[in-house]
Design a protein around this ligand. Structure first.
Ligand code: SDX
Length: 434
């Protein structure tokens, strides 16, 4: 952080005339911040920002979003370039270590991830405790949290080696656990990973292979899967990443922190939106019904929102949505599929982007708008959509967790509040209560 050359802000209490200087700190890109760390000590007042719409929670060098321009950078590289030229583990290395790996670094990193993809054999029994119809995200919450019980030799966050082992275990085992969650939900046997496959190939193989025959790998499908992972890898201080950071600030072990992130991601306003988009498109059913649903989305008394539209940060097109749309076409063409839901989605997008409500509120398609259609075309049930998001976002969660753990100024996160409850009052014994 560097003290701003744009000076400071002065806060003045108009009643008492007291005033305080609040320093401004510049980052390398994007808005500067007003440093309010001493505000309560100086003024006896808290800031108030439910939903953190104007609050920077930390300093980070991983990801930068320019919401007005629709720009997403990971360590300075655009998401478009990374999606076009990198693979997912390339991006994982970049987020974790800060630079794109050279050939030797890439080979070592890929190998280290590959050789951590198996899970403890006893974890399979853990799955048996779930009903077959359990939502795969419920299974992910449980099994990822249970990793703390199986891998307690990599839970000491103060041990750099254990942090590194936990990093590899989480990135490597999430696809295995996700594929197991899917297999369990459809009553098929679990598959072991194969070390000769890439990250995305391994996930597709573990998910769709059956004992009766080998899974026929399509390079186009594998590339699309890998690209979908890249698009979901990290996204600044979103709700689930902030959850991971807050959990980590208490010193919780990495598996517990990532499990907290999985739980938060499940919400339909966040990572659950891709599943919600597909359910919404199926509910709309036909383009003739679009106007009715757009009116519902605009009606303040109607809880319905246009899923896959809008974003806290993007007030322009989410750059990931454009790449996802391109993947959509590639996958449907490769599979020679015609999905009427894609046509419906395109028509919904066209109409919404011409509607004054969506234009004025700068509501554009986000990453979730097209992802559901691609994932459905790849053969995943809607209940697995957020699971895939969690697999990819584990890289971002782990990289953000590492960045925070290594920050010597780290303090436990403990927000305050505006209290609006009753003032202190005398106790009323049970016999005297009305
Ligand atoms: C992700 O944070 C991240 O980076 C998340 C993510 C990541 O990679 O981690 O990008 C992934 O979560 C993408 C978002 C997926 N969610 C959805 O698609 C669900 C639908 N979208 C909305 O729920 C909403 O847009 C949010 C939650 C995404 C953002 O909500 P905000 O920033 O809190 O905005 P808001 O709710 O204050 O909305 C501002 C206005 C409101 O109207 P007013 O009260 O000002 O009159 O826009 C309206 C909202 O009612 N609005 C919508 C809308 N989204 C916002 N109206 C209809 N349909 C929508 N989708």
């Amino acid at each position: 952080m560097t003290q701003s050359n744009s000076g400071a802000f002065t806060l003045t209490n108009k009643t008492t005339g007291d005033s305080w200087d609040l320093p401004v700190i510049d980052g390398s890109l994007g808005p500067s911040v007003i440093d309010v760390r001493k505000l309560y000590g100086q003024t006896g007042h808290f800031t108030f920002d439910p939903g953190f719409t104007s609050t920077g929670s930390c300093e980070s060098a991983l990801t930068f979003i320019d919401g007005d321009k629709g720009v997403l950078l990971h360590r300075g590289y655009s998401i478009e370039d990374l999606a076009e030229h990198s693979d997912f583990l390339d991006v994982a290395y970049l987020l974790i270590y800060g630079e794109l790996p050279n050939k030797a670094e890439k080979a070592n990193f890929d190998r280290d991830v590959t050789y951590h993809t198996m899970v403890h054999e006893q974890m399979m029994n853990f799955f048996r405790g779930f009903r077959r119809d359990a939502h795969p995200m419920a299974i992910m919450c449980g099994v990822v949290g249970a990793m703390s019980a199986f891998y307690h030799d990599s839970t000491d966050i103060h041990d750099e080696h254990q942090r590194m082992v936990a990093t590899f275990r989480l990135i490597a085992k999430m696809p295995t656990i996700a594929a197991m969650a899917y297999k369990y939900s459809i009553g098929q046997p679990f598959n072991y990973p194969k070390n000769n496959l890439s990250y995305a190939e391994n996930f597709l193989d573990m998910t769709f292979r059956v004992p009766a025959e080998e899974y026929k790998m399509s390079p186009t499908i594998a590339r699309a899967m890998d690209r979908i992972f890249i698009l979901h890898a990290d996204h600044e201080q979103n709700a689930s990443t902030s959850t991971v950071r807050l959990a980590s600030s208490s010193g919780a072990n990495p598996f517990a922190c990532i499990a907290a992130g999985v739980a938060c991601l499940w919400g339909p306003a966040h990572g659950g939106a891709n599943e919600a988009v597909l359910n919404m498109l199926m509910e709309i059913g036909h383009k003739d019904n679009i106007p009715e649903y757009l009116e519902k989305a605009k009606d303040k008394n109607d809880p319905f929102r246009l899923m896959g539209f809008g974003h806290r940060v993007y007030k322009n097109y989410d750059p990931r949505a454009k790449v996802m749309q391109k993947s959509c076409y590639e996958v449907l063409e490769e599979l020679d599929l015609k999905d009427p839901l894609l046509d419906l989605a395109m028509e919904l997008e066209r109409i919404a982007l011409e509607d004054p409500y969506f234009v004025e509120k700068k509501l554009f398609p986000n990453v979730d708008f097209y992802s559901g259609i691609v994932l459905k075309a790849l053969g995943f049930p809607t209940s697995m959509f957020t699971v895939l998001f969690a697999v990819a976002r584990t890289v971002g969660w782990v990289a953000q967790w590492k960045e925070q753990i290594e920050d010597p100024t780290l303090k436990i996160g403990r927000p305050r509040q505006l209290y609006t409850g009753p003032e202190q009052r005398d106790y009323v014994p049970l016999g005297k209560r009305s």
